[in-house]
Ligand binder design. Structure first.
Ligand code: PCA
Length: 242
């Protein structure tokens, strides 16, 4: 292949593709900020104003950001995500990066999730009325799967922007964990060349939220930008004692 010349568009290469998921409202709420966040990330990518779009275009690459709204239901959430990933792969549009977003009400920071557990244990029924207790997400699957995003590089960058953020060792055992585990399982089993992971956000619509909606947008864009780099994660101590 010849290298681009002044007459060729810089973004002639295949676009970098990202899939972002968010959830429907649950537990009596009328909105879920995770979906509003996904939608805003898409709008910004479409307008070419996102951090990740501008960093890619500086490297001569274009960006395509797709979104998917997931039901807060054990089973259907993972099934819908798998179906969309299969559909994109069949169309030759498999994403390079898949990041699922969810609400963790009452938390103090953007949480970059490290681990998906093969465990369903619901404190409340899901939106379909199902309340599994101590069941696996995937029968016979490994006990845990680790996110493959560049979490430590992202953590450092987000923290440097003074946005409250931390690495989290548990996405809980409700539908968010289900989606994280299912996503990592699917990428692994299909041999997809994609990084995947999950971000929990506080209730961004609450006036008391410790993180503003705009900060959450910035944080996720930094995570996307860092995770599109085809290099290993940063090596930095960010472990926890508990
Ligand atoms: N949060 C829930 C499920 C949907 C969402 O936004 C969770 O943390 O499992």
């Amino acid at each position: 292949m010849s290298s681009p010349t002044a007459h060729e568009p810089m973004s002639a290469s295949a676009p970098r593709r990202i899939l972002i998921t968010g959830f429907e409202p649950f537990d009596g709420a009328d909105r879920n900020p995770s979906w509003d966040l996904a939608d805003e990330l898409r709008r910004r990518a479409d307008r070419g104003v996102s951090t990740v779009a501008s960093e890619r275009s500086a490297d001569g690459e274009s960006l395509e950001l797709h979104t998917l709204l997931l039901p807060v239901e054990f089973g259907p959430a993972g099934t819908r995500l798998r179906a969309r990933l299969d559909e994109l792969a069949a169309a030759g549009e498999a994403p390079d990066l898949v990041v699922a977003l969810g609400l963790a009400a009452g938390t103090e920071a953007v949480a970059l999730e490290r681990v998906g557990l093969n465990l369903r244990d619901a404190r409340i029924p899901d939106n379909g009325g199902t309340q599994p207790i101590d069941e696996p997400v995937v029968d016979g699957g490994p006990e845990a799967r680790f996110a493959t995003l560049r979490l430590k590089a992202s953590l450092a960058r987000i923290a440097a922007a003074e946005i409250p953020v931390h690495l989290s060792l548990s996405a809980g055992t409700f539908v968010c964990n289900d989606v994280l585990y299912t996503l990592l399982d699917h990428l692994d089993r299909t041999g997809a060349d994609a990084r995947g992971g999950f971000v929990h956000v506080p209730d961004l619509h609450s006036p008391d939220s410790p993180v503003t909606f705009d900060q959450a947008v910035q944080a996720v864009e930094m995570l996307l930008a860092e995770s599109l780099h085809p290099i290993p994660d940063a090596v930095a101590a960010a472990g926890a004692l508990h």
